[in-house]
Design a protein around this ligand. Structure first.
Ligand code: NOJ
Length: 565
């Protein structure tokens, strides 16, 4: 039987070092056999997370939703999607996770809701100029008959960020803003009712025992109320400094307000409630979000986007540590999530990410083109070798870290999903030119040799699972000491045990251009080899964890080792 995870209940700084496991509920575990993951399934599989050795879980949206954007289109912020279970299931899950010593974070989606949210339906019904419409961004169109969108903003999933409403009489009337899918209207945060409502949603879940929230698109709620065009020839998608809708100064008020709500719980038995912000911005901008009294942590997407070379990785690490140190916040490392190509596939391609110089990312348009990258062949053996090394690097760095479900199994991106199975709105909005993110959201293979691989007791999984995953199930890896799962377990066990790891600092050792080599006190050293020449392991060091062969005495190309020195 699984032993409970180390309890961190009394450590008020738990979030500075925590390893958080991301659960994408639709794809984690299916208790009732309908082909969709559910909360009962998560409860069934909690022992897997305890054995893995993580400190916390973050559950992606589990709310009622038409699932136009995988649940990031919320129609009720205070309930559970019927496909995923009930509020009673959620309460049982929170209680069980806590018994296991795991903290629980859930997703807050404050920029937009679903078009099925009752407040949006009321706004449509109430008509132009009504207080109901003021909760969203309704505007008249430009042009003689209002036939043009109010401005030039683009939606993240393609096409204009405005949709024209068709009135009850069948005639087109105002437009509403949606930065993402047309079924995700943006809230108007300038309206105090919106801010009050979200305070209340936070308290609703904190009162149920939630330890924190991951804030979806934490850089988007504040918009220039004049709604100006972005600029000739510049897209709002670039998030450039000074643009009218991303990363605006007024976000600070919103973030601080949420922090105030979380801090109401600081003295509770479970200790502080925390936030992690999701914002794809460079380290030196996003660290504004984690200044004193604002949010606690923010995903370090520079590291996720960075290519697999010693030079770029070292630059990104230095940059991230420097910008976080300047504001006194810990770094939050993340290699993957439900929006990005799985690590094993990404690192198995000729282009593995963006180049980083000492001052940040070096622009290269081709590397932003998902379809171009998708078409590049993948060497999965290479990708997996690098993904193993990357896990050791990530988990050795100062700060906290997130692990996306399935990365502990070394799963690859399912790039060959049948087109009629695709569900990401990007696929439709792009006119079937951009495949989107379904390939990293395929259900988790737990056991057995054929689909649904123990994901559920039967039933057709909501996305088809590839036959090749028979070799990558939890069951297949469980007793194999060379497996991905064994590596993750050994690494996380060592991380819990080792006082040098988690929050703190590192010191680089002189290692030449193709090797990263650093020490952390007391007595820890990590070597990552990106080059063809094997690096000998010093004789007076003991191997704690090795991504390759622990008895080789060397660190080969694309391998990493943790040493006790
Ligand atoms: C970020 C989420 O991770 C992504 O899945 C979603 O589509 C957008 N935000 C919009 O909510």
């Amino acid at each position: 039987m699984t032993s409970p995870a180390k309890s961190q209940e009394r450590n008020p700084d738990w979030w500075r070092s925590a390893v958080v496991f991301q659960i994408y509920p639709r794809s984690f575990a299916d208790h009732n056999g309908d082909g969709t993951g559910d909360v009962r399934g998560i409860i069934d599989r909690l022992p897997h997370l305890v054995d893995l050795g993580v400190d916390a879980v973050w559950v992606s949206p589990w709310y009622p939703s038409p699932l136009a954007d995988g649940g990031y289109d919320v129609s009720d912020y205070r309930d559970i999607h019927p496909d995923f279970g009930t509020l009673a299931d959620a309460d049982a899950f929170i209680a069980r996770a806590h018994e296991f010593g795991l903290r629980v974070l859930i997703d807050l989606v404050p920029n937009h809701c679903s078009d099925e949210h009752p407040w949006f339906q009321a706004a449509l019904a109430a008509g132009p100029g009504s207080p109901e419409r003021d909760l969203f961004w309704f505007r008249d169109g430009r042009g003689d008959n209002g036939e043009l969108p109010p401005n030039d903003w683009q939606a993240m999933f393609g096409g204009p960020a405005w949709e024209r409403v068709i009135g009850a009489d069948g005639r087109p009337e105002q437009w509403y803003l949606h930065l993402f899918d047309v079924r995700q209207p943006d809230w108007n945060w300038a309206n105090p009712r919106v801010a009050d409502e979200f305070d209340d949603i936070l308290r609703f879940w904190f009162d149920r025992g939630i330890d924190g929230f991951r804030i979806d698109v934490a850089d988007s709620m504040a918009k220039d109320p004049e709604l100006p065009n972005v600029a000739d020839g510049v897209s709002n998608l670039s998030k450039h400094v000074g643009n009218p809708l991303w990363d605006r100064p007024d976000l600070e008020t919103i973030h601080r307000r949420w922090r105030g709500v979380a801090d109401e719980y600081a003295e509770s038995a479970r200790g502080p409630r925390v936030f992690v912000s999701e914002a794809y911005l460079p380290s030196d901008r996003v660290t504004n979000y984690v200044t004193q009294g604002r949010l606690h942590t923010t995903f370090n997407f520079d590291a996720l986007l960075c290519e697999w070379t010693a030079e770029s990785q070292r630059n990104v690490i230095d940059l991230s540590l420097r910008s976080h140190r300047a504001v006194g916040a810990p770094c939050t490392w993340v290699l993957a999530n439900h929006d990005n190509v799985r690590v094993a596939t990404r690192y198995g391609k000729a282009i593995t990410g963006m180049p980083y110089g000492p001052d940040g990312v070096e622009p290269d348009a081709r590397r932003h083109d998902d379809e171009y990258l998708r078409a590049l062949p993948t060497d999965l053996e290479l990708g997996r070798r690098r993904a193993r090394a990357a896990a050791l690097l990530e988990l050795a760095l100062p700060g906290g870290a997130y692990v996306y479900q399935g990365d502990e199994l070394g799963l690859d991106e399912v790039e060959d999903l049948p087109e009629d199975a695709l569900q990401d709105p990007t696929w439709e909005r792009s006119g079937h030119t951009v495949h989107g993110r379904d390939g990293c959201r395929v259900p988790i293979p737990w056991s057995g040799t054929e689909s649904p691989f123990g994901f559920g007791p039967g039933g057709e999984p909501w996305l088809p699972m590839p036959e090749r995953w028979a070799a990558h199930t939890v069951e297949a890896q469980e007793n194999d000491p060379t497996s991905f799962l064994a590596l993750y377990r050994a690494t996380l066990t060592e991380r819990r045990r080792n006082r040098a790891l988690g929050d703190g600092s590192l010191t680089w050792l002189d290692s030449g251009p193709e090797v990263l080599d650093f020490v952390r006190e007391p007595g820890f050293r990590c070597i990552v080899n990106f080059g063809p020449d094997a690096v000998p392991i010093p004789e007076d060091a003991a191997v704690l964890v090795h991504s390759g062969d622990p008895n080789s005495g060397r660190v080969e190309q694309d391998e990493a080792v943790w040493l006790s020195v």
